[in-house]
Structure formats: C-alpha cells, structure tokens
Design a protein around this ligand. Structure first.
Ligand code: D54
Ligand code: ZN
Length: 281
C-alpha cells in the first residue's frame, strides 16, 4: 500500500500568464487519483482543501495524517466528505460499519478518530473520492445516498449541456463547517459543463472528471481569469484545482460526469459571479 500526499501552492492570477503546458499541468492537474490498494492525496493551499482517492482492495485502508497536519489524528480539526465511484464497499466510522453502494458517500464530522475504507470485491474495488476541509465544530455524520441528493436538471441539448447536478452536501440538507460537494452527470450527446461559466471569489473548487463515454475520450477543462483563459486536457479520473479567481468549466469529446467540491467564505451555492460571454477570451 502506498500513501502519498503532495502539496500544491496557491497562485496569483498573474502567475499563470507565464505558464507553459507542463507547468500549468504540474500546478493545477492531479493526474493520478485512483490507484488500486493505495491512498493518493493532494493538499492544496487554496483554502487548505485535501482531496484524492482511496482504493482498498484486499486490505482495508485508513487515512492516517497527524504529523503532516500538526494534530493527533486526521479529523481532529477537519471534516470529510466522500463519494464512491467504483464498486460496492463499506466504511467503518469509529467502529460503526456502513455499506456504501456505487455513487453513495458520506459526510463525516470533525472529531471522528478512525475512518476505515474497504471494498466488497478486490477485483471490482470501491473508488472513494475523498475531500477534507478545515473545521471548527462537530456536525453529525450523514450517509450520502445518490437517491437522497438534490437533483437539479440543467442545460439543454441545443447547447450540448443537458445534465443533472446532484447536490450531496449542501446547507439546505444538513450543516457542515465549510464543505459542499456534489456529482454532475451529463447526458449522452452532451459535452459542456458549467457554460455559461462563473467564478466565485468567496470559494475555491476542485473538479474530478470521471465516467467518460469511451476510453479515448478527453475533457478540455478551462481555467484562469475569464479574459485570460487556459485549458488542461484530462483523461478519465483526473482532477483539477480551481482557485477562487478562476473559471472552471469544460467540454468533452463524449459525455462524462464529475464530482465537484467547494470550501471557503460562504456556503451559498448560488453565490456565483456569472461571466458574460463577451468577457471570455
Ligand atoms: O459552483 C458550482 C460548481 O461549479 C458546480 O456545481 C457546477 C456544476 O456542477 C455544473 O454546472 O454542472
Ligand atoms: Zn463553481
């Protein structure tokens, strides 16, 4: 089992004016999220979000972070959300076990000492996409069932962006300190997400792109200030960090889905600064 957590720093919008493709990818793309039997995490200085993949096979896996965070245990001053996009599995939360079907997940509040992930079948492992944000208060744990998410139909076929935004962690469902999280699914024949696009200076956001329509499909993710955009080409199961000042949207060569997660100043999902199409460059 490999446990790895890499660090990514925060940037000024001016920095990326000078980045070539390699540097842009090095700073903003997480090219490997899921690796069988391993835990691969990224610590971004954008609002100190930790995110990544936990893929248990024959052995259960636990995220053990204390020295790196200067605490006694991982969730001493943090909360955690996850969504499983692999096979069925389970999570044990301080010894209490719960089964996790594909596309289900969990919110786990500050103070939980042990979160242990396992897969039902090592040959079809669960893929837990995990996101953790700093917390100051304990809120109750919540199972996140796909069927209990808030499903918001968005877009239309004419604009190639017909999709459903599933809100899993939202202030209208239950309280968290900072974390908001959801899963957006594009319909076949649709390829644009979040267009018209937006920024939200009050929150940063990460996107994990997954479930592409075919194995050679790619998503072109757009970032940067609206008038100085850049793109990053992604394979399935890769993630990007979006600073508060950056747009975040993409177009795929097939349909796909993505898991988004946010934290920062507020928890108001609709608090977005919509970008006028005339301002995009
Ligand atoms: O701030 C909100 C986030 O960018 C996403 O929820 C957008 C999204 O899922 C979509 O447009 O499909
Ligand atoms: Zn957003």
């Amino acid at each position: 089992m490999t446990f790895k957590m890499v660090t990514r720093y925060a940037h000024s919008p001016k920095d990326i004016q000078h980045y070539d493709t390699d540097q842009l990818r090095q700073e903003f793309l997480m090219d490997k999220i899921f690796s069988a039997g391993d835990i691969l995490l990224t610590y971004t200085y954008n609002d100190r979000m930790i995110f990544g993949g936990v893929v248990p096979t024959t052995e259960p896996l636990e995220i053990k972070l204390d020295k790196q965070l200067g605490v006694d245990f991982f969730l001493q001053r943090r909360e955690l959300g996850f969504i499983n996009i692999g096979g069925a599995g389970s999570v044990s939360i301080d010894g209490k076990e719960d089964h996790i079907e594909p596309h289900d997940g969990y919110y786990i509040g500050m103070g939980v000492k042990h979160v242990v992930f396992s897969s039902d079948d090592a040959s079809k492992p669960a893929k837990f996409y995990v996101v953790s944000t700093p917390a100051h208060k304990t809120y109750p744990n919540h199972k996140l069932a796909y069927k209990d998410s808030i499903a918001m139909p968005m877009g239309d076929q004419e604009h190639m962006n017909k999709r459903t935004i599933h809100k899993y962690i939202d202030a209208s469902l239950f309280p968290t300190c900072q974390l908001q999280m959801g899963y957006t699914v594009l319909e076949p024949g649709n390829s644009w997400n979040t267009m018209p696009c937006h920024t939200h200076a009050r929150r940063m956001e990460t996107y994990l792109y997954t479930e592409f329509g075919d194995k050679d499909a790619r998503v072109f993710h757009f970032m940067g200030k609206p008038d100085e955009s850049r793109h990053i080409v992604l394979e399935p199961d890769q993630a990007v960090v979006n600073p508060s000042w950056s747009i975040h949207c993409g177009v795929g060569t097939s349909n796909y889905s993505f898991i988004w997660a946010m934290c920062g100043e507020n928890q108001t999902y609709d608090d977005m600064d919509m970008v006028d199409m005339h301002d995009l460059r």
